[in-house]
Design a protein around this ligand. Structure first.
Ligand code: AMP
Length: 288
């Protein structure tokens, strides 16, 4: 018996079949929510599932570790894939339909087209991870075709990714409504992430300094500081004192954009990416 057959829920591996299920539900008047994930589910993912279950008649979750958004030196091979556990969590949550395609189902031989998103994909994550957003935009476009849902649920944890998907939906007139849900954190503030499992115990302790540095930015602004360079300096001092030296970027952008600001003059997203050993963590927080 295969791993998938041991779970009593509707696990679909065929693009054609999931599309038929979603279209049938819609034609019978049901609203459909879609939560794309790469699996190794945690409460961050499950909060998106909850949001969809609360708002839609039918919720489809996809689990697909998309190879095209990883560059060759990244963690595609070792990315966690605890499928049985994921399906169990989704069953407990009340989600009945899970789309788990193989790489060959999503990218059959001969596929050549890719989707390039414009300037929103260039800085920050786009600069640190070339081709990452091309892979994301391509797989999201394909997933939206095969799961033609009414609403898609993404997390604000991946702030720039959410902007990329919004751009994609607008530019291609995709008939789906985007919902961006709040970041779910561990008790010490670390943003939940499937990649947190890579952290060794001492790195896991250090990792909470990312959230602390975002809170430092918030507190500095609340105390009257508006100069971004001065706030960044405080954040960097905190990160360094926690032993985090390898900071990819700290960026202050106008909320809803990737436009950097030098002064905090309104709702501003502070985004950060840092490496702890071989793990790369991202987080963000809105201030102002
Ligand atoms: P991933 O499996 O990492 O591709 O993430 C799937 C979705 O879950 C994306 O929309 C993420 O932004 C979202 N997500 C991941 N971590 C969190 C979190 N801690 N809080 C809220 N959403 C999250």
């Amino acid at each position: 018996m295969s791993e998938l057959e041991t779970i009593s829920m509707h696990v679909i591996t065929s693009a054609e079949e999931i599309c038929a299920v979603v279209l049938a539900a819609k034609s019978s008047g049901q609203s459909v929510g879609f939560v794309p994930t790469m699996g190794a589910l945690h409460e961050g993912h499950l909060s998106l599932v909850d949001a969809s279950l609360a708002e839609c008649d039918l919720t489809v979750v996809s689990i697909f570790v998309n190879p095209t958004q990883f560059s060759p030196e990244e963690d595609l091979e070792k990315y966690p894939r605890p499928l049985q556990r994921d399906l169990q969590l989704l069953t407990e949550r009340g989600c009945e339909i899970v789309f788990v395609p193989t790489a060959a189902e999503m990218y059959p031989e001969g596929v050549e087209s890719t989707v390039e998103v414009g300037s929103v994909a260039s800085p920050f994550e786009g600069a640190s991870r070339p081709h990452h957003f091309q892979g994301v935009a391509t797989v999201v476009s394909k997933l939206f075709q095969v799961v033609p849902a009414d609403r898609a649920y993404f997390g604000r944890k991946d702030y720039q990714q959410a902007l990329v998907v919004v751009q994609l939906i607008e530019d291609f007139n995709l008939p789906i409504t985007m919902r961006v849900c709040p970041i779910v954190r561990e008790p010490d503030g670390l943003a939940m992430s499937s990649r947190n499992t890579y952290l060794r115990p001492e790195q896991r302790q250090q990792a909470s300094a990312l959230w602390q540095s975002l809170r430092i930015a918030e507190q500095a602004h609340a105390a009257g500081e508006t100069d971004v360079a001065a706030i960044k300096k405080k954040m960097m001092q905190h990160l360094n004192s926690a032993g985090i030296e390898n900071v990819d970027y700290i960026a202050f952008v106008t909320d809803g954009t990737v436009q950097e600001v030098e002064t905090v003059a309104g709702p501003t997203v502070v985004a950060i990416a840092a490496r702890l050993g071989k793990s790369r963590l991202i987080d963000n927080h809105t201030i102002g």
